[in-house]
Design a protein around this ligand. Sequence first.
Ligand code: RTP
Ligand code: MG
Length: 164
Amino acid sequence: MQRIGGLRRLCNKNRETGHGRSEKRMARQQTLAMIKPDILQSKRQGALLQRILDEGFEVLAMKQLHLSQEQASGFYAEHQGKPFFENLCRFMTSGPLIVLALEREDAVRQWREVLGKTDPQEAAPGTIRQLFGSTVTINAAHGSDSVENGQRECHYFFSDLELR
Ligand code: RTP
Ligand code: MG
């Protein structure tokens, strides 16, 4: 187990330092994905997880949990005070959800692209929100919006040990 983790880190290092045949590849990144309560309520989490795997993301860590109001408002603290904040927290605490730490090259941008725009009505055809989402609030899944937030959000739910 540890050896595999060690090998992966070695590969990452090579990509970052530009040695070997991977020199043009982007560094691997981690991003936080959430499969939101609407998807679990309609039993479509299996299909969405398969899409994540088909898109080439490695699932580093994954768990299902039912967020408290405090956990939801802490996670979305940057949106505190915005008109949609209360609705957002109500929805995110309405039932269980799944959090996943995903890893791949350029993970943050790639996952946002697969997700599509926030409002499913505006999301491009074939994106997760267009296929699985319902409204701007009930929009199927979450993705970190920067590398820095990806790290912060992964650590909101997972320990260092789980993210290795
Ligand atoms: P997320 O954080 O969930 O991945 O979504 P996002 O980056 O695409 O959008 P963001 O601006 O971060 O908003 C977070 C979540 O708040 C809800 N929202 N409602 N105008 C509205 O009613 C509105 N705007 C945002 C959505 O559920 C969005 O995913
Ligand atoms: Mg966001």
